[in-house]
Design a protein around this ligand. Structure first.
Ligand code: HEM
Length: 552
């Protein structure tokens, strides 16, 4: 036992140095190791040195303060030191010290703008975490996202619950490929065609519901969530939100909450190991799991009466040797709601937002749509998805405000010797991403007016007219399609791109054909973009509009 206070302090510092080393080398995660290394050891020391203190409480307070303080000091000093493998990469001190800083930014909802500003300040590569780099260069998109040597990073760890992960959390390529087969069958061009009946039905209901609310102020963002969830619902299990005109069992709220909580916690996934034991913490994650459970249960009990998405996810055609389990169906059901409904609703609402801000563009798009539909008495809105100016408007929306605003994190194999990404050597175990929001606004890839909604850049022309009326030649226009990847790229890119294209174009055509959409009186349209939150997908606030029929 230490004879005096100095010996006790030296013992505590020595123990914390050993434990810092263990964390530094082996990164043990989980409840048991943390309990032992962070609580049991200092608790044991405090117990041993208790006679040196006036009370047991004082002994515990002093030893724990020294023990944790020294671990924090070593950690901070090492991460800021020239010995850290990422020392040569620039970035803010707070990011270099701890990922907790990014959790704070994530909690405020502006990670997209923060990382974009960091790139403006520091250049094409920024250290955004002690062990993480963000890149802003089109040449690094494929090496990061379409590279089998890099797996998904720890950001995706908390998607795995009770040992089961949805498709987008699977890190093992073979396992991912097997599960992705189910999704690919369910979202192929052929399957997408079979969903058009559902889509037509949803669009009809949606247009009727909006027609009943003409000349009132409505939140088109909320209504678009109803429509997108009803469509995904038809592909899985019906929600009927358009009919009831409100959220079904708090599902929208639960989806928003799960995205928000997951995004904040995913910055430091080790925290989740503790949060799940705290009652009330991570409630959104639990609520959405319950909602997914309900959908999966109902659909599995009902069985198949049409080839909906679940038909493929449950492999009801029996293509697979091993049938997907009920747990897999459950997690994929939740994924279909978050990945399928929320993203598409955001893309449509973002498009409406840009059109409200650019009435001339809206007029031109409506003219294109009217022209295409002129010969139809009762148009089938799902049939006209290949209109050039519509495509240009959709691309420009997905460029400036992609529904997933972030970079999609990958990790350099911790067991490798590191990896060259372009001209940059990236040490083993480093997390990397190519920041989507930033790259899609980069003037090197989109010129002129990289920050302006200017759909014309997507149309091949000899002479281009800028929004100001000025004419420029095609040699003055830069458009890099490589730097446009709102659906990501590579093996783990969006599985629902075909369905998304069909849905978002059909709904936009119907909306713009049937209604004049105007900002609600007294509503400041810019507030919509200002209030958007980056929670990996986009968390939207209201977009208040008034609709007037265009069909009389
Ligand atoms: C405009 C609409 C959409 C956009 C912009 C979009 C974008 C994306 C992106 C960027 C990813 C990759 C995320 C990552 O690596 O972390 C992704 C993955 C995924 N998306 Fe979409 N998505 C959209 C609509 C849809 C729809 C309608 C569905 C379903 C019908 C869907 C299903 C999926 C699935 C299952 C994944 C995971 C793929 C995998 O890990 O292999 N998405 N999406």
């Amino acid at each position: 036992m230490p004879a005096d206070f100095v010996q006790a302090a030296a013992l505590t510092v020595g123990a914390s140095f050993v434990v810092w080393n263990i964390y530094h080398r082996y990164e043990p995660a989980g409840f048991l190791s943390a309990g032992f290394l962070l609580f049991a050891i200092p608790g044991f020391i405090a117990h041993q040195v208790q006679p040196l203190f006036s009370s047991l409480t004082r002994a515990y307070l002093t030893i724990f303060t020294i023990y944790w303080g020294v671990i924090l000091l070593f950690t901070t000093a090492y991460r800021l030191s020239p010995f850290h493998p990422l020392a040569k990469y620039p970035g803010p001190t707070a990011c270099k010290v701890s990922k907790i800083w990014m959790s704070v930014i994530a909690a405020k909802g502006y990670t997209h703008r923060y990382v974009c500003d960091l790139h403006t300040q520091y250049g094409d590569v920024v250290r955004i975490g002690p062990n993480e780099l963000s890149f802003r260069h089109e040449d690094l998109i494929n090496p990061i996202l379409a590279n089998k040597e890099l797996r998904k990073g720890p950001y995706y760890d908390i998607r795995t619950q009770d040992g089961v992960s949805p498709l987008d959390g699977l890190k093992d390529y073979a396992e991912h490929a097997a599960r992705r087969r189910l999704w690919n069958r369910g979202t192929s061009v052929a399957s997408a065609k079979t969903y058009t009946d559902h889509l037509r039905h949803v669009i009809d209901e949606f247009m009727q519901a909006l027609a009943q609310r003409q000349d009132q102020t409505i939140d088109i963002s909320k209504w678009m969530s109803f429509a997108a969830l009803d469509f995904m619902g038809h592909m899985t299990e019906s929600f009927d939100m358009i009919k009831i005109g409100r959220d079904h069992n708090g599902l929208i709220h639960a989806v928003d909450e799960i995205c928000y909580q997951c995004h904040v916690v995913s910055q430091t996934p080790w925290i989740f190991a503790f949060l799940k034991y705290i009652p009330g913490a991570a409630s959104g994650i639990k609520t959405a799991r319950r909602a997914g459970q309900e959908v999966a249960d109902k659909r599995m009990k009902r069985g198949s009466n049409s080839r909906d998405l679940y038909h493929y996810l449950l492999d009801e055609d029996g293509f697979e040797k091993i049938k997907p389990s009920k747990d897999v169906a459950l997690v994929e059901g939740i994924l279909s709601i978050i990945a399928g409904a929320d993203t598409t609703a955001t893309a449509i609402v973002n498009a409406v937002y840009f059109l409200l801000k650019n009435p001339e563009v809206k007029k031109r798009l409506q003219a294109e749509i009217d022209d295409a539909l002129s010969a139809q008495d009762s148009p089938d809105y799902t049939k006209f998805v290949e209109l050039p100016f519509l495509n240009a408007c959709v691309n420009e929306t997905l460029r400036l405000l992609p529904p997933g605003l972030t970079g999609f994190q990958r990790q350099v194999d911790p067991k490798s010797g590191g990896k060259m990404l372009g001209e940059y050597f990236v040490p083993a175990g480093t997390n990397v991403s190519a920041h989507l929001y930033t790259i899609q606004r980069d003037p090197r890839y989109f010129q002129p007016l990289p920050l302006t909604f200017w759909p014309d850049r997507w149309l091949e022309q000899d002479v281009y007219t800028l929004p100001s009326g000025e004419k420029i030649g095609k040699d003055q226009v830069v458009l890099s399609r490589n730097a446009f990847y709102p659906f990501s790229t590579g093996q783990q890119s969006c599985a629902g791109k075909t369905v998304a294209h069909l849905e978002l174009r059909s709904i936009l055509i119907a909306l713009l054909h049937r209604f004049e959409i105007l900002p609600a009186k007294g509503y400041r349209v810019d507030s919509y973009e200002e209030n958007l939150m980056d929670v990996y997908v986009t968390l939207r606030g209201p977009l208040q509009v008034q609709l007037q029929s265009r069909l009389e």
